[in-house]
Design a protein around this ligand. Structure first.
Ligand SMILES: [Zn+2]
Length: 83
């Protein structure tokens, strides 16, 4: 959820849309993301992917994570439940 103030301390020092990365082989940066499986095959299943973005408070350090495509993920989630 996007806000202009920190929900913990009320500060307005909010850093929005910050990439959340993991360091892979050779120090390569990879965006952390969530995956929801959309099909139930043995091989080559389809996934809906959502890259995590962080909103960080520059006063207390609270971090909130969100994804850009919640609707696509929700649709994929519903499909998974009906498999
Ligand atoms: Zn804060």
């Amino acid at each position: 959820m996007k806000t202009d103030t920190c929900r913990i301390c009320g500060s307005n020092k909010i850093m929005d849309n910050v990439r959340v990365v993991d360091r892979g082989h050779g120090d390569a940066k990879k965006d952390l993301s969530v995956y929801i499986q959309k099909t139930d095959k043995r091989f080559f299943n389809k996934f809906e992917k959502g890259e995590l973005k962080a909103q960080i408070c520059g006063s207390c350090g609270n971090v909130d994570l969100s994804v850009k495509n919640p609707h696509e993920l929700w649709d994929a989630y519903l499909k998974t439940k009906s498999l």
